[in-house]
Ligand binder design. Structure first.
Ligand SMILES: [Zn+2]
Length: 48
């Protein structure tokens, strides 16, 4: 199942959309603003 989340980068604080198929698990994402890598699950603001 396809889902969109809003994530907040723990380093620069910018918000960004994240699209995923299936379970988030322990997936990581690179911030589109500062390039910092973070765990998706820990930075979810809300589902959208
Ligand atoms: Zn960032």
């Amino acid at each position: 199942m396809s889902k969109f989340f809003f994530l907040k980068c723990p380093k620069c604080g910018n918000r960004q959309k994240y699209h995923t198929q299936g379970d988030i698990g322990d997936k990581r994402k690179a911030c589109v603003f500062c390039g910092a890598s973070f765990a998706v699950r820990s930075q979810i603001l809300r589902e959208c």
